[in-house]
Design a protein around this ligand. Structure first.
Ligand code: ATP
Length: 207
């Protein structure tokens, strides 16, 4: 099933963010939302995830919030908990999958969340959102502060989710991990969204 948003307009008071634009997201694929700073990517993800229970009626085919894992730019955990504590308690809070714990996470198991570096914290948060069992996984700039090698590993995890039949929506400013099989929604300044394959979109990008 295709998740889609058609004829969508949104503004913060006089600041028009979207003016009658369309987005399409493919089931069981990685779907990118690209665009300049302030173009409305986080606004869009918040509405898809329905964080304020204000998802508009013309957002069609998206699962209910209970079936969505959403890593926003601001997510955090209690500083005193170790990575192991968090992973241990997670199954008591929600359904989890059998994703194998990668070496990078094992290495950090006994470190308190508050003592992790910025990049390590982000990797742990990405992994926690991956082991939660959901239909749709949304990541707002998951690679922020993460080095190239780890950011490539995150995409190995995301592609494994897709192989397991899950759908991913992700924003990023790094183009390295986009493949030509992925679906790309590119928000242009002129309130237009290009939904195209990566190679065509890449040739139009200027950021
Ligand atoms: N709650 C709000 N009230 C008013 N304006 C807002 C609010 N949230 C965001 N904005 C404005 O809406 C615009 C889009 O913001 P948004 O965070 O969606 O952009 P973005 O594409 O995610 O940017 P970035 O790449 O920098 O994360 C920005 O100009 C921002 O200042």
């Amino acid at each position: 099933m295709i998740m889609k948003i058609e004829d969508f307009s949104f503004n913060y008071k006089s600041n028009v963010i979207f003016d009658r634009v369309n987005f399409y997201f493919e089931d069981k694929q990685i779907n990118f939302v690209l665009g300049e700073n302030g173009s409305g990517k986080t606004t869009l993800l918040d509405l898809i995830a329905d964080v304020d229970s204000t998802r508009p009626k013309n957002f069609v085919g998206f699962p209910p919030p209970a079936q969505i894992a959403y890593l926003s730019q601001g997510n955090n955990f209690n500083d005193e908990l170790t990575v192991n504590d968090i992973l241990k308690f997670l199954p008591q809070l929600t359904d989890v999958n059998k994703f194998k714990t990668p070496a990078v996470i094992k290495k950090l198991k006994n470190v308190k969340f508050g003592d992790l570096s910025g990049g390590e914290r982000r990797i742990v948060l990405v992994f926690i959102n991956i082991v939660i069992e959901r239909e749709l996984y949304i990541f707002d700039e998951p690679e922020t502060g993460i080095d190239l090698k780890q950011s490539q590993e995150i995409f190995v995890w995301l592609r494994e989710l897709v192989e397991r039949g899950k759908t991913v929506i992700i924003t990023t400013h790094k183009l390295d991990n986009i493949s030509d099989i992925d679906n790309v929604n590119y928000i242009k300044n002129e309130q237009e969204v290009l939904v195209d394959n990566f190679l065509k979109v890449k040739s139009r990008m200027a950021f």
